[in-house]
Design a protein around this ligand. Structure first.
Ligand SMILES: [Zn+2]
Length: 125
């Protein structure tokens, strides 16, 4: 009887730990406190979360098969390439401040800056 009880307790505790760890990871992922993140969305779905302090280049497949190349360089984000007809996203230029966005309407691609100091409301949105 005692052994069974201990086993159950261990199960319970490990379940709790797993749940806590998962919650911690999710919170950490969604509410990234340190550093600023470029969030890339296609049609409202997040496809990339890229820290601005790391240079990177990703190609995003937009709505209706469009292609957008998002580049992170020295703490700024810009749309390097896009095969959309209007090229407005490319013309937006570089962004690096919380809440700033690059929008590619034809491809439904949005790059948004999130995080940083004192910008809690944009995270809650
Ligand atoms: Zn565009």
């Amino acid at each position: 009887m005692e052994k069974k009880k201990i086993k159950r307790d261990i199960m319970l505790i490990s379940t709790l730990i797993i749940v806590c760890a998962a919650a911690f990871l999710i919170i950490n992922f969604v509410v990234k406190k340190d550093g600023i993140t470029a969030v890339v969305k296609v049609d409202g779905n997040i496809v990339y979360m890229l820290p601005l302090d790391k240079n990177a280049s990703v190609t995003v497949e937009g709505y209706q098969g469009g292609s957008n190349t998002v580049v992170i360089e020295n703490g700024t984000v810009y749309m390097k390439d896009a095969d959309c007809p209007d090229k407005l996203c490319e013309k937006t230029g570089k962004i690096n401040k919380n809440g700033e966005t690059i929008v590619c309407l034809p491809h439904r691609v949005v790059v948004e800056i999130q995080g940083g100091e004192g910008n809690v409301d944009s995270l809650v949105r």
